[in-house]
Design a protein around this ligand. Structure first.
Ligand code: G1P
Length: 291
């Protein structure tokens, strides 16, 4: 059973400056809540019960957000603002815990995941990269499907989506004999981090959702520095794939890269129009602006 998820949040968010100068990029608001809450909700919807934040000293506000705030709660109670009180105390359901561990040096995504080794122990786990929001387009989200598939075939699942050929050098890219249908998995022949345009095995990019066996931690310990002179999760997955099946899962939902400014604005529009309270007025506002 996959019950633990690692969320690497130690990155400095240079792509999102100046917004991320004094608040973590993960705390930038999408409609009425920080971006990271959407990622945590996605994990919880897929059955995750422990969120492991791999974080940095400058990012305590993320941990605070998922903690109780008694002063605020008491004030809201006195003021009889019970709806707000309910909302801030139910950010994560009671059965879900949020723990954190520091990444002491920025040595790459693979290193960030390895920092959670002692918390993960012998359990298999998911990894969710918080820059990308994945919006479900059906009742079951993609991570749920990946976990189901993992339970069925015991093969690591790497979520992918097609990107334009000239953007392959920004992503991990998988090599597959046949391209899976959306919502389906296919055994990978290989995976490579940020290949040069024109030298890529496909245009299927790694989105930032992974379901991995506990043993990837041992492989990460042996992974030398790779692309960008960083320890890459992609390289450890490539090692894993030499001894066992690893599958590319082609996603069905929609992605928003909130690490980029335009991706962020797109996310605000999409999540805004679907907001249960604000959606109607927000749509009217968009129509007004479009005139
Ligand atoms: C990371 C991964 C890459 C993946 C990407 C998705 O890269 O290393 O394989 O495709 O996230 O956003 P980064 O964006 O941290 O350079």
């Amino acid at each position: 059973m996959i019950k633990k998820a690692i969320l690497p949040v130690a990155g400095l968010g240079t792509r999102f400056l100046p917004a991320s100068k004094s608040i973590p990029k993960e705390m930038v608001t999408v409609v009425d809540r920080p971006a990271i809450e959407y990622v945590v909700r996605e994990a919880v919807a897929a059955g995750i019960e422990q969120i492991i934040l791999v974080t940095h000293s400058s990012k305590a506000s993320i941990e605070n957000y998922f903690d109780r705030n008694f002063e605020l709660e008491t004030t809201l109670e006195h003021k009889k603002k019970f709806d707000l009180l309910k909302e801030i105390t139910e950010i994560v359901p009671a059965h879900v815990s949020v723990v954190s561990v520091r990444q002491p040096q920025p040595l790459g995504l693979g290193h960030a995941v390895l920092c959670a080794k002692s918390i993960v122990g012998t359990d298999d786990f998911a990894v969710l990269l918080p820059d990308v929001l994945v919006k479900a387009t059906s009742e079951q989200n993609d991570l749920t499907r990946m976990i189901q598939r993992y339970n069925e075939v015991s093969a690591a699942q790497i979520m992918v989506e097609a990107v334009p050929d000239d953007l392959v050098d920004q992503y991990g890219i998988v090599d597959v004999a046949t391209i899976p249908e959306e919502g389906q998995s296919q055994i990978m022949q290989g995976i490579v981090e940020k290949p040069a345009v024109g030298a890529s095995p496909s245009n299927l990019s790694v989105v930032g959702r992974y379901v991995l066996p506990a043993k990837i931690m041992q492989l990460l310990e042996q992974t030398p520095k790779g692309a960008g002179n960083e320890i890459q999760l992609t390289d450890a997955i490539a090692m894993l794939q030499q001894t066992e099946n690893v599958e590319a899962y082609r996603m069905q939902g929609q992605t928003f890269d909130c690490g980029s400014k335009l991706g962020y604005l797109k996310a605000v529009l999409h999540y805004g129009v679907e907001h249960p309270k604000l959606g109607g007025d927000f749509k009217a506002l968009i129509r007004e602006l479009a005139l």
